[in-house]
Design a protein around this ligand. Structure first.
Ligand code: URP
Ligand code: ZN
Ligand code: ZN
Length: 470
């Protein structure tokens, strides 16, 4: 099957030009003006952008958490991603206490099996390093294409690891070519503040945010940076929300240290005030770290514009409001932490970031596709539009108007963090390795089409032109 995408405005992290793209099989075969090529199908992309498929480096599909399981499995989550212009994501495979990494990975591969609509990889979320055997196993994960780990410095007695575990994982990463990711909040101090709040009878959703102040994110971020520096490992700080965490990341990067940070769509738009909404509506906005004071919105836009932060993910971790979030009706600590958003990232960042002049179109592509690909061992096979790369393409109509709503999104979540928000610009057609996934905004891909991607070691390229091993 060949497809000719005719006359679109091709936008990568570096370039912006009008040309044709010829797709042959799974890959981009040619890019040029007025290509004299026959194809099985021609798509008129005049007036549209042709973007690389976006990559979401931070999602939680079918994940047990907070006494329940995230509502989107691989089929609904990836379908939602596809409709939002995301063609590859890296999900967190959570190691249960006492589990080997092999056991954990087997479980996550089984969750995905037969349901996939986009390509995907796994990060390992380390919860238990146990003995030397587990450390040795960790060192072998890059051989299976698992080249990043997340460690939680918060969620005491659930996912949190101590500094020894974090530091030992960093040493293994440094030696084996993996990237260490941290959830940076001081879980011990948060635990004290939470118990004090409950003792006072403070049980409403707003106390989720009040017991996780930004200083505790800043402290943990700085601690992780210093530990990674000693261990010699690269570090990626996930879901950065505030000035207290941006500042140490910016300083480390100015020193030339191997430190990167991401923020998530919701932190540009939601604030601590949302958690105070009446009628338990605030529970919709309970995720960690919490939404901050709205002054942080500009801090984050400035950080992504100036490369203090290098990627925007969704941290899609969706729970129903009715039946899952309500587990915490009388106690905010029982509200499962997380929110939806896989489908909304490109539209929200395009409208409020690019159209409203906060970042350039090239920078948007960099933040949503190219940097995630480079940092997580997917580049240059993914994350750009180039000859030899996977034909993961988004034909994006910058004028298509949509109203974001739970009533029209493809996630199973019963609410949207951006309900009623009007945006201009939406994906019209999405290709995954040359297969049409989304046509005129509708999902047309068949489950099973998405493939597991063995990612390259940190800093190494993922070869183009070769078949993806499954
Ligand atoms: O509240 C959140 N962010 N839930 C997902 C787990 C995590 O910390 O990323
Ligand atoms: Zn986290
Ligand atoms: Zn997360």
């Amino acid at each position: 099957m060949s497809i000719l995408v005719r006359g679109g405005r091709i936008v990568t992290a570096a370039d912006d030009f009008v040309a044709d793209v010829l797709v042959e099989g799974e890959r981009v075969a040619l890019i040029g003006t007025d290509l004299d090529a026959a194809a099985d199908r021609t798509i008129d992309a005049a007036g549209k952008y042709v973007l690389p498929g976006c990559i979401d480096p931070h999602t939680h599909l079918d994940m047990p958490f907070g006494g329940t399981v995230t509502i989107d499995d691989f089929e609904s989550g990836q379908g939602s991603a596809a409709c939002g212009g995301t063609t590859c994501h890296v999900d967190f495979c959570i190691q249960g206490k006492g589990q080997t990494f092999a056991e954990a990975l087997e479980g996550w591969h089984a969750k995905a099996n037969g349901k996939t609509l986009i390509d995907y990889g796994f990060h390992i979320a380390i919860t238990d390093l146990g003995d030397d055997e587990r450390l040795a196993e960790l060192a072998t994960l890059p051989e299976q294409g698992i080249t990043s780990y997340k460690l939680f410095m918060a969620y005491k007695n659930v996912l949190q690891v101590d500094d020894e575990t974090l530091f030992r994982a960093m040493e293994v990463a440094a030696a084996s070519g993996a990237l260490v990711m941290v959830h940076a909040e001081n879980g011990d101090a948060i635990d004290v503040l939470v118990r004090e709040a409950l003792d006072r009878g403070d049980t409403d959703p707003i106390h989720h945010a009040l017991t996780r102040p930004p200083e505790l994110e800043g402290e943990a971020t700085n601690r992780a940076i210093q530990l990674a520096r000693i261990a010699g490992s690269p570090l990626y700080v996930v879901h950065v929300t505030c000035r207290e965490a941006v500042d140490p990341i910016r300083r480390a990067r100015e020193q030339g240290w191997d430190v990167w940070g991401e923020t998530c769509t919701q932190y540009f738009f939601r604030s601590i005030d949302d958690l105070a909404q009446p009628g338990f509506e605030g529970a919709k906005y309970v995720y960690s770290p919490p939404a901050r004071d709205a002054t942080n919105h500009d801090v984050l836009w400035n950080a992504v514009r100036t490369d203090a932060l290098s990627a925007i993910s969704t941290d899609h971790c969706a729970f129903l409001w009715d039946g899952q979030k309500t587990l915490g009706k009388d106690d905010f600590t029982k509200i499962p932490n997380g929110g939806p958003g896989l489908e909304d990232r490109l539209r929200m960042i395009h409208h409020f970031g690019v159209r409203e002049g906060r970042i350039s179109l090239n920078r948007m592509v960099d933040l949503l596709a190219t940097q995630p690909a480079k940092l997580f061992g997917l580049y240059p096979r993914k994350g750009t539009v180039a000859v030899g790369a996977d034909a993961d393409l988004v034909v994006f109509d910058p004028e298509r108007r949509q109203t974001i709503s739970a009533s029209s999104h493809h996630s199973k979540c019963d609410y949207s963090l951006y309900e009623g928000t009007e945006v201009a610009g939406a994906p019209e057609l999405v290709l995954l390795r040359g297969n049409v996934l989304v046509e005129d905004g509708d999902l047309v891909g068949t489950p099973g089409i998405g493939r597991f991607v063995r990612r390259a070691r940190f800093g190494e390229p993922l070869e183009t032109g070769a078949a993806i091993p499954s």
